[in-house]
Design a protein around this ligand. Structure first.
Ligand code: BGC
Length: 245
């Protein structure tokens, strides 16, 4: 597939690097700029342009963000400004950067990287890639094919999004031990298993770096795996998405 460039837009940082799409490896510095406090489309596009310029990149760019994205249009905004809703983000970035752009959900991007080059490589059946960070992201694959925008972190639990209860950020916020937090993740997994009966669940995101502290406390029927890519999965998968257009 060759080389491409990936950008991962998060609530606190926007990160990007050139990527070898055959291995998913970043082939240059992972350059990070804090997300502007007023994370409107124009402000974010300025930061994305700075990251691409920093690397002197002039080819296609894949961009991942914490939103439902359908045909380039942003439909939800978690941890970024609501002004994104309804914006054709793909057109906005393509115009700003002057190159071809693909725009997709950040967990879907992370899932693509895991399924092509990581823990889910060559795995058939129903596979869920779950990212545990500030929120909970989800990417659903059936025989390797992505079903985009599943947003399982927004399943309702006790009157709010289940990510408010079980994301990695809830562990810090509520001062939970790993076991206490794993019990919450287990509740999330039980809801998901009732709905989708996945064959495998791959856990990524920031909390996957300490997976040995919690993943074996879960009770899923599905086989559990730790993601191979931790923080670079969104960048790698975004780059792969633009290459595979
Ligand atoms: C967003 C998802 C995103 C996840 C991880 C959730 O709050 O709704 O789109 O994938 O956070 O960033």
């Amino acid at each position: 597939m060759g080389f491409s460039f990936g950008i991962d837009i998060g609530g606190t940082g926007i990160k990007g690097a050139p990527v070898d799409c055959d291995s998913g490896a970043l082939i240059g510095e992972r350059y990070r700029i804090p997300t502007p406090s007023n994370s409107t489309p124009d402000a974010v596009a300025d930061v994305v342009a700075k990251i691409v310029d920093h690397h002197g990149w002039s080819g296609p760019v894949g961009i991942a963000m914490p939103s439902v994205v359908i045909d380039g249009v942003v439909h939800t905004a978690a941890n970024i400004d609501d002004a994104w809703i309804g914006v054709d983000g793909r057109a906005l970035f393509a115009d700003r950067l002057g190159v071809d752009v693909e725009l997709l959900n950040d967990a879907d991007a992370a899932g693509l990287a895991e399924m092509r080059c990581g823990a889910g490589r060559d795995v058939a059946g129903v596979v869920l890639v779950i990212t545990m960070g500030t929120g909970i992201g989800s990417a659903l694959f059936i025989d390797g094919r992505l079903v985009p925008n599943t947003e399982l972190g927004h399943l309702e639990f006790a009157g709010e999004s289940i990510e408010a209860y079980a994301a990695a950020s809830a562990r810090d916020r509520d001062g939970l031990s790993w076991d206490q937090w794993a019990a919450r993740v287990d509740e999330f997994c039980a809801v998901v298993e009732r709905l989708l009966s996945p064959d495998m669940m791959i856990f990524g995101g920031g909390a996957s770096k300490k997976a040995h502290k919690w993943i074996d406390s879960l009770h899923t029927r599905a086989e559990r795996r730790v993601a191979d890519f931790a923080n670079s999965a969104g960048i790698a998968g975004a780059a792969m998405a633009v290459r595979s257009q």
